[in-house]
Ligand binder design. Sequence first.
Ligand code: DMJ
Length: 643
Amino acid sequence: MTTPALLPLSGRRLPPLNLGASAFPHHRATLRLSEKFILLLILSAFITLCFGAFFFLPDSSKHKRFDLGLEDVLIPHVDTSKGGKNLGGFLIHGQGHDEHRHREEEERLRNKIRADHEKALEEAKEKLKKSRDEIQAEIQTEKNKVVQELKKKDSKPLPPVPLPNLIGINSGEPADLDIREKRNKVKEMMKHAWDNYRQYGWGHNELKPIARKGHSTNIFGNSQMGATIVDALDTLYIMGLHDEFREGQEWIDKNLDFSVNSEVSVFEVNIRFIGGLLAAYYLSGQEVFKIKAVQLAGKLLPAFNTPTGIPWAMVNLKSGVGRNWGWASAGSSILAEFGTLHMEFVHLSYLTGDPVYYNKVMHIRKLLQKMDRPNGLYPNYLNPRTGRWGQHHTSVGGLGDSFYEYLLKAWLMSDKMDTEARKMYDDAIEAIEKHLIRKSNGGLTFIGEWKNGHLERKMGHLTCFAGGMFALGADGSRDDKAGHYLQLGAEIAHTCHESYDRTTLKLGPEAFKFDGGVEAVAVRQNEKYYILRPEVIETYWYMWRFTHDPKYRQWGWEATQAIDKYCRVSGGFSGVKDVYSSSPTYDDVQQSFFLAETLKYLYLLFSNDDLLPLDNWVFNTEAHPLPVLHLANTTLSGNPAYR
Ligand code: DMJ
């Protein structure tokens, strides 16, 4: 039954029903459904009343014009010969008709209205016969139709591109029984983390394993974008957890929607979501991941609309409005954020044939190349309005880290064609070695932080990834210093292992000092936490791949046991607040990168090297493997996509 059928009876719309929430103190959807019931009842009562009036009131049509309140309503007419005024095939009623035709017309109209009302009544009765569930199902079907329509609009077909060489995406099962058991243990931990997220946090970004509910932070805005699902997919895949992978795929297909009014971190969304979706696409070949990655990338593009083309740190996915973190020096963007887009954006251009993504990241690179660097170091802050550096702070840990990583990986991912990126990496690493890398009195090599001309002798857990980076970059290094960089990687791995070994829980603190007799130990209370971070294990894995020194597997196993003992709770895995305390308290967060990175690197550490071989795959900074684009000139001007 539709309201327009009733309009002629009253000549005006029914006032909106105001059924306050107190009448239906349930869920909003239930309230809407109940409103529909009440509305239907009132309408049917109203129709019945009108019928009563229609049949029992005296028929005055013989004496005066039948008045349905239609004086101003246009009714169809073809004959204009009797003085009626034709308005585009319609005649204004009541202007000089002959009496007979007039009565016929009224009779026809009366019959039509009667038929309409009967039909409407029937429909209302039919609706009322249906159960609440049936009506709800009908509403849901209608909703689904709308969603499908929107989806169709969004998913433009992408051009077919030749797929890169996708080898080593399965198995890697070690022959050694002891190693196999360790690998199975890591897989079991992944299952525990996933199952609990599945049960208590499904669809939320992360899990609170103790409160057993969803969790999120401002990097994902206020939206529930299932960050853990997207981040975990490729780990599930390589571990052979295919049912879980399919569950995740189904959720993404049906629920992952980026048209949300939510302000997210461009960097985090890129490395976790776009990186995660692209890796899932390459591993599984399922188109849905590629389509979602491209849709999401489109939502990030407005962040680049700044006077310099250096993107904002955050963007509202719906409005496209961008801004920077309030805490960043003088409104600056962050080096590790705008400098960690290259790998994913090159793949997006490759898969879509659209150069827009490639051009954005190459523009950033060109701009950085032109700028003066104090002592050859890249400061962490760059103002996107003025194009000037902010504070002269340089770090290979937080705020700087993955910028250097992506220079090296851009070169590797291009099958070593992108020599410009390699040169920038070599230059940067030389300056870092000169100004930031030192040996402590106890002989531990560490990477400090440069702050306005002064070296802070402190290293972050995040900085520990650099051991793996030095080892990965050894081959192809300037002046054939491969041995030197492999050695540097080993020294950083050793220092970071010490930072774990010198704690009560055998888990590493967030930051540790090399000052005043203190070596590889956190001093400040707020630096003693461990939040399930991967960087130290990441370095063990790279060192293992390049040296096969069994100590790296041994160190990885120590970390696995410590995580299982101190971070595992019945509802998942949690970070701990103090790694020096024998009775630590939990932070109650299961970070999505624990599934994406920490457990993946551990699993790879206990797998054979033919699982995701480094000649064919390059891992983004969130451990999502992307294939090397072996096709000649793929990332350079030879590829039609970039011309
Ligand atoms: C991850 O999201 C990425 O590794 C990022 O580059 C740095 N930090 C976290 C994990 O610690």
